[in-house]
Structure formats: structure tokens, C-alpha cells
Design a protein around this ligand. Structure first.
Ligand code: CU
Length: 191
């Protein structure tokens, strides 16, 4: 994924440089420009780009990771963030429980392949809620905001321990703000 990103970046950079070189060269003697043709080309370019943008939107929209309408998650897990910890629970978490260090909440192990909907909120300030794979690569994330519930849907692809870290600098203990979920092989029966 990262090498794909750098490839796209390099190609795009080359295209940008080529455009700049072309403009710099063609702009040397502006008096020679056929103004009418230039204006016509400009209109053509505008509508060409518009058509390309609409086509790109049409082609790419279905592959965006938006939840499909009517798809019910296999399981809902509630998540609450506070300075500087996460709490995860199979039941909704009250703000009092979220803030109380004496309250310990747990979730049942997640089965690989299940569609999980995390309902993510925060009890104090804005935090991040980012799921990493066991290799430490970011898989998906959302913000954890006080007063809001963000729904994050994710299918854990395989078993293992998946860390969850805060991605929003939320104070002095931000870097230690971490939890994890345990993902197990599917047993075949729904819980
Ligand atoms: Cu945080």
C-alpha cells in the first residue's frame, strides 16, 4: 500500500513538473499566442476536466468504504475514550463509568470475519480511535468526541491481538493511550 502511494505520488509529481515546464516554455513569447485558439482550448479543457471529474466520481464512489444501506453489523461494541485510556464494552458505557478508574469493562473476544460496529465516544476531550493490525499498520480509524457517537465498522480479517491507539493529541499522556482487542478464529456459531 505504501509503495503504491509513493508510486502515485511520483507519477503525479512528474505530471505536475511536466505541466510547469510546458507552461514556462509556452509562456516565453506571449505575443505569438493565437488568442482565439487559446480561449477555445481553455473552454475545451474546462469541460474536459469537468467530464473527467464526474466520470472519476461515478467510478470511484462505489468503492468508498461507506457502510451499505440496510447492512446490519454482526456485533456492536461500545468504546469510550478519556484522558488517557479507552474502555470497551458490549453494553453502552455511561459517562460516569467512562470516567471512573475503578470501573473495569471488558468485551467478549471478537471472531475474525464478523462485521463489528464500534460506537465510539469520549468522556472529556476529543480523542482518536485507531485500529492497528498485529503488525502495527493502521487499518481504520475515527474520532472519539464528547457528546457524539461515531460508528466505525470493521471486519477483522484474521485472529490475533489488534491494538487500538489514540490518534489525536489529547494531552500529556496521549502516547500511552492504548487498548487492544482479541480476535479469535470463527467458531461457526453466532453469539
Ligand atoms: Cu487521546
Amino acid at each position: 500500500m505504501q509503495s503504491l502511494a509513493i508510486t502515485i505520488f511520483l507519477i503525479w509529481s512528474a505530471v505536475t513538473v511536466a505541466i510547469f515546464v510546458f507552461v514556462a516554455r509556452s509562456g516565453r513569447s506571449p505575443a505569438e499566442l493565437p488568442v482565439k485558439a487559446y480561449k477555445r482550448n481553455r473552454v475545451l479543457l474546462l469541460f474536459g476536466l469537468l467530464a473527467a471529474a464526474v466520470l472519476l466520481l461515478y467510478v470511484s464512489l462505489p468503492i468508498y468504504p461507506y457502510p451499505d444501506e440496510g447492512v446490519v453489523p454482526d456485533r456492536v461494541i461500545y468504546a469510550s475514550a478519556k484522558q488517557f485510556a479507552f474502555k470497551l464494552s458490549d453494553q453502552p458505557i455511561s459517562r460516569e463509568d467512562a470516567l471512573d478508574d475503578e470501573v473495569f469493562l471488558t468485551v467478549k473476544p471478537i471472531q475474525a470475519g464478523e462485521l463489528i460496529e464500534f460506537r465510539v465516544s469520549a468522556a472529556d476531550v476529543t480523542h482518536g480511535f485507531c485500529i492497528y493490525n498485529p503488525e502495527g499498520q493502521i487499518q481504520t480509524q475515527t474520532q472519539a468526541m464528547p457528546g457524539y457517537v461515531n460508528r466505525l465498522r470493521y471486519r477483522f480479517p484474521h485472529d490475533g491481538v489488534f491494538p487500538i491507539l489514540c490518534l489525536e493529541f489529547c494531552g500529556i499522556g496521549h502516547s500511552a493511550m492504548k487498548t487492544q482487542v482479541e480476535v479469535v478464529q470463527p467458531t461457526g456459531e453466532k453469539t
